[in-house]
Design a protein around this ligand. Sequence first.
Ligand code: PHE
Length: 357
Amino acid sequence: MDDLKAKYLGQIADAADENALEDIRVSAVGKKGEISLKMRELGKMTPEERQVAGPALNALKDEVNSALAAKKAGLADAALNERLKTEWLDVTLPGRGRPAGTIHPISQVSQEVQALFADLGFSVAEGPQVEDDWHNFDALNIPAHHPARGEMDTFYMHRAEGDNRPPHVLRTHTSPVQIRSMLDHGAPLRIICPGRVYRADYDQTHTPMFHQVEGLAIDKDISMANLKWVLEEFVKAFFEVDDVELRFRASHFPFTEPSAEVDIRCSWDNGQLKVGEGDDWLEILGSGMVHPKVLEAGGIDPADWQGFAFGVGIDRIAMLKYGIPDLRAFFDSDLRWLRNYGFASLDQPNLASGLSR
Ligand code: PHE
């Protein structure tokens, strides 16, 4: 018994790894192990012999088992320590110099416009891009079969077979947010709504998805003069110049009366777009006094309230401000373009330090 004990405890102590330890376990206390076989011999002994040998064998088996378990834990610890020695990482090392991502000019310009109008007391409103027919058209005084519906190059969503309700549309402008805001908040109201809009159109200055920011101010005694002042202030502050030449062109929108489109003086010499000089004009926004029917659709009484509204093409004014000649490049996700035209991600536009620094 003492020999067995010395033999196995010695082997266990010397075991180099878990495999060796497993072999020792099998040969000592496995089904056909030496100690297990000895225990089977107990049956052949006399009761007196068994009384001595039984407990001694059991004690030996227990001792070998606990030595095995202790050694196993020790080996696992040692293996872990070995791994930790090779797999460590110095978290105090500086990061790898990966080029930082940039803010897309559209995001930058949206933020600039929001910072600017926040300063004029406008808050930001939002609406869905998949819009229903009523908000996108009817409530804006564009009834079914009105020619303006055709002019919008609208993308229609599919309706299930047999569903005869008018289809939803990808909103063709941000003007439906006017209606949603009027219904939600009533008058007085001063909001801008930046967001994506969709029209089936594609050339150097048109993409099927583009961005607008809608403006809406409703109060008592609002006139065209307020509209003109706000737009001039906006354009001057946005382009960060003291003077910009704007052209207010009489126009027509079903949802405003009277209506004006606003162009900005620019030049396109050698494919370079410059603001404030040259003989060209680029249309940047549509505007006007909110049509009484639109106020009514928004639950506001036109006998008591008036308002002005405008819709600016964000992509257009981004092209102008940052000299980007082709609108389509905005949406190509070309990394070289993004690095060239993108903005530092930690600079927040604000009026105090200059919108674009
Ligand atoms: N919704 C018009 C458009 O997309 C722009 C506009 C907005 C005009 C508000 C007048 C008033 O063309």
